[in-house]
Design a protein around this ligand. Structure first.
Ligand code: GDP
Ligand code: IMO
Ligand code: MG
Length: 433
């Protein structure tokens, strides 16, 4: 039974949402296994735009089962809000959405903790999304103070736990800042018991559900949140998120054994973006009239979750070769190619210079990466609108050369080329290297 994974190979926002939506038709289950409402996945169907943050993109297809796995961190008000927004937009959400009983729950003290840490970071802030993701994962790994979805469903148990946890959290927060917000265990308990009733119909042992699905020959699509260069183990640490956003997160984040995965689609933008802090060797810092700003405007590069302008730069083949390798990518979906259509010249970073030496290996440490200078090769632009093109053979020669060169540098076939946000603006290229 074919299980596939859609994974971002850069710093997030590679347009994973569009690819998951396109591939949903070939699968029965769509599974989010990491992150939480820090993600923002966009789908444009027939001119209608949907933005999914905590829910899997699969919810837009009610005939499929969408799963929020145990590796996801869940903020219940966001869950409720997204479900209501979808219903208001005419998308039916019910038994097609399931939430793991073992997913961990985000509380407002997580957000306060994050705000205080980021505010006190003295120029070392990560530039997080402020959704409480990091502190919730910290509590999960720390074990003593985390609450899982299942625990919300048992009122007395929840109350007992919150009394202990909130007392401890209040002391920690006060130690971080005398201005820290303080929380009331009873009020939080009542609030979360309310959410629990909304969540209850969705809660399942999703690991068992997925294992049964595999036995029954069902097809599963894993939807990564964030990009692999934000992976807590393999990304540009410490400027990363707090989960395994690469394929490495699948096994722990939804309980499906590794050997079930037989197709890994690495999603890449035709250039690079990054939101938040951290090194970015190919970033274009060429001012308001420069190419960086042009890409930002044409690609509408503003964060889906926070609205922050995304930092923009040239495609970095050193970084993507690295991420494609540790994800085990089989093929590439090349997105937003149309955004480069107005440029005279397009650059690709093929190596870095570090301490006077040419290197092609991606340094996984932020302090080393920050010292790397990009070495570029340059290709001519195509200077022509390609957003209406549906066949690879119809792409202008220079655009085709750019696609082929990326495939060559990354040593992977490009199987999808996207030339606009709408589902229809897609070229299915059975390309080989
Ligand atoms: P994700 O987080 O990886 O799902 O990506 P985001 O949704 O945060 O960002 C991708 C953005 O690019 C969204 O606004 C999409 O609608 C848009 N998009 C997707 N594919 C294309 C494309 O081929 N061309 C253009 N111009 N926009 C695209
Ligand atoms: P999608 O799924 C881009 C970034 C934040 C910050 C860092 C840590 O839409 O690709 P966090 O709130 O996770 O602790 O922030 O990670 N970040 C993303 N950047 N796309 C995302 O998700 C991101 N999710 C987190 O900007 O730099
Ligand atoms: Mg996004």
């Amino acid at each position: 039974m074919p299980c596939s994974s859609v994974v971002g190979l850069q710093w997030g926002d590679e347009a994973k949402g569009k690819i998951v939506d396109l591939l949903t038709v070939e699968h029965d289950f769509i599974v989010r296994y990491n992150g939480g409402a820090n993600a923002g996945h966009t789908v444009v169907r027939d001119g209608k735009t949907f933005k999914l943050s905590l829910l899997p993109t699969g919810v837009l297809s009610p005939d499929k089962t969408s799963v929020i796995g145990n590796g996801v961190v869940v903020y219940p008000p966001k869950f409720t809000e997204e479900v209501s927004n979808l219903k208001a937009a005419g998308v039916s959400v019910g038994e097609n959405l399931v939430l793991s009983n073992h997913a961990h729950v985000i509380f407002p003290y997580h957000m306060e903790e994050e705000r205080l840490h980021e505010g006190a970071a003295n120029g070392r802030a990560i530039g997080t999304t402020g959704r409480g993701i990091g502190p919730c994962y910290q509590d999960k790994v720390g074990r003593l103070y985390s609450i899982r979805v299942e625990e919300l469903l048992h009122p007395q148990h929840l109350q007992d736990r919150l009394v202990t946890i909130v007392e401890r959290k209040n002391r920690l927060l006060k130690a971080l800042s005398s201005e820290a917000r303080q929380f009331d265990a009873q009020a939080l308990c009542e609030e979360y018991l309310g959410y629990a009733e909304t969540l209850r119909p969705y809660v399942r042992d999703t690991n068992a559900l997925l294992l049964d699905a595999i036995k029954a020959g069902k097809r599963i699509l894993f939807e990564a949140a964030q990009g692999s260069l934000l992976d807590v183990d393999h990304g540009s640490y410490p400027f990363v998120t707090s989960s395994n956003s690469s394929t490495a997160g699948i096994w722990s984040g939804c309980g499906v054994p590794t050997r079930q995965l037989n197709r890994v689609i690495g999603v890449i933008k035709a250039y690079t973006t990054r939101v938040g802090a951290g090194p970015f060797p190919t970033e274009l810092l060429d001012g308001p009239e420069g190419i960086g700003e042009k890409i930002r405007r044409t690609g509408r590069e503003y964060g889906t979750v926070t609205g922050r302008p995304r930092r923009c730069g040239w495609f970095d083949a050193v970084a993507v070769r690295y991420s494609a390798a540790f994800n085990g990518a089989d093929e590439l979906a090349l997105m937003l190619l149309d955004v480069l259509s107005e440029l005279d010249e397009i650059k690709i970073c093929t190596a870095y210079e570090l301490d006077g030496e040419r290197i092609t290996r991606f340094p996984g440490d932020a302090f080393q990466l920050a010292r790397c200078r990009p070495i570029y090769e340059s290709l001519p632009g195509w200077k022509q609108d390609i957003s209406g093109i549906r066949w690879l053979s119809e792409l202008p020669g220079a655009a085709r050369r750019y696609v082929d060169r990326l495939a060559e540098l990354l040593e992977l076939p490009v199987s999808i080329v996207s030339v606009g946000p709408d589902r229809s603006q897609t070229i299915f290229a059975r390309l080989t290297r």
